[in-house]
Design a protein around this ligand. Structure first.
Ligand code: ADP
Ligand code: MG
Length: 389
């Protein structure tokens, strides 16, 4: 999804008020009636609101919806993006936005800069985007969709990511520096590195392998399982170390799927993280280890801290965690693991990230869905996430 920031500087205070009013109205209205927008915005000049509405609609920040009962507007993803960026700008977290460096199924990643020119990453969560693998379910979902849910769920994903990144960073885990969060967006430090997936050869796979597995164990000792620990979510920096030697320094990203070691399926998620690394090192570097494990039970014998409990007590409550987890499960959001499984099935190289917004052209591939489902959970059809954008 495009993020076109060029119009942001043309918006005046009244435009922002009307955009904010539409956002507020959409908390309890699928389509926000124009009089309600006007009432919430409460502009000093009574007629001004219509001009603002037309400005905002022209640049796609709100969209007119004709309804059986009444006409009104809904906030678009673009509108939500602008509101979040506006807040980051006012808080001096972001000064400018640059190139897009990543497109996931559930997020867009951009480079951005602070006022001092420091390079950062803007991650926009988009938990409403259609995953083309679950199109059939999408059709049903589109019929029942609530416009507030994508906004709310994307915000929960961003909040969860930010809270976990903060806690992990505090404990010295190799994660990006968390710099800010607003609505469905997170600002973090830019890691100058490529995902492990893109690294074609490593001098000493054994030591990187050991380091990654020990990270999984360390997460568990802090009460956490990454839940999407794989070659897409580990960035590897090559740091020169004299005598033509380079050290590979991993940084872990992407936290919306983190689970607690107390989760009913904790063992399943732990093992899946371990298996992802083992399988990748085997296939890519021809490296296999004879050592079994690591295992969750052993890893959690000596707990250092319960970050899962700490985060719950801070910004991201148990209730929020549950809501987000349910939504992700119901809508077939399964991180990058899904990509890896599709790779396995098709034996294709470099088909990293494909997102299709077009429902009509795709056929569902029902037989490919459920290998990653936790075994003891009910067999739900991953209905999909959907967006109008
Ligand atoms: P998704 O949830 O869509 O998988 P990720 O957080 O994994 O999103 O980011 C997607 C891609 O964007 C990553 O694989 C990486 O290439 C890039 N990326 C994300 N965060 C950073 C960062 N802090 N520094 C550098 N690159 C990043
Ligand atoms: Mg990822």
């Amino acid at each position: 999804m495009k993020l076109n920031v060029k119009n942001i500087r043309y918006l005046g205070p009244d435009d922002w008020r009307v955009l904010t009013a539409t956002e507020m109205g959409s908390r309890n209205h699928e389509v926000v009636p124009t009089p309600l927008i006007s009432q919430i915005a409460a502009l000093r000049s009574g007629n001004g609101v219509h001009k603002c509405i037309s400005n905002l609609a022209k640049i796609g920040l709100i969209a007119k919806v004709r309804n059986a009962k009444y006409d009104g507007y809904r906030l678009t993803y673009g509108g939500l993006d602008y509101l979040a960026l506006h807040t980051h700008t006012k808080a001096s977290t972001v000064f400018s936005v640059g190139n897009q460096i990543g497109v996931g199924k559930e997020s867009d990643i951009f480079v951005c800069a602070s006022e001092t020119g420091r390079q950062q990453v803007l991650k926009i969560h988009r938990l409403g985007r259609i995953s083309f693998r679950t199109v059939k379910a999408n059709r049903d979902y589109l019929r029942n969709r609530s416009s507030a849910s994508w906004m709310y769920m994307s915000r929960l994903a961003a909040l969860k990511e930010f809270e976990f990144m903060k806690a992990l960073r505090r404990e010295g885990f190799p994660v990006p520096e968390p710099l800010g969060q607003n609505r469905h967006t997170v600002i973090m430090g830019l890691i100058n590195a490529f995902p492990l997936r893109q690294i074609s050869a490593v001098g000493d796979p054994a030591s990187l392998y050991a380091e990654l597995l020990s990270l999984i164990v360390r997460f568990a000792q802090y009460g956490l399982i990454h839940g999407d620990f794989n070659e897409f979510n580990i960035l590897v920096e090559e740091k020169p170390e004299g005598d033509d030697q380079v050290t590979l320094v991993p940084t872990v990203i992407d936290f919306p799927q983190m689970v607690s070691i107390s989760h009913a399926n904790a063992e399943y998620y732990f093992d899946r993280d371990v298996t992802c690394i083992k399988r990748f090192f085997d296939r890519k570097f021809g490296f296999t280890s004879d050592e079994p494990g690591p295992f969750l039970k052993e890893s959690t014998k000596k707990l250092v801290k319960r970050l899962d409990v700490e985060v719950e007590a801070s910004g991201f409550s148990k209730k929020m965690a549950k809501e987000l987890a349910n939504y992700m499960k119901e809508h077939g959001v399964d991180g990058d693991t899904d990509e890896i499984e599709r790779d396995d099935e098709e034996e294709e190289e470099d088909d990293d990230e494909q997102v299709e917004d077009d429902v009509a052209d795709e056929t569902p591939e029902d037989d490919q869905q459920s290998t990653a489902e936790p075994p003891s959970e009910p067999d739900v059809t991953p209905s999909a996430i959907a967006s109008q954008m």
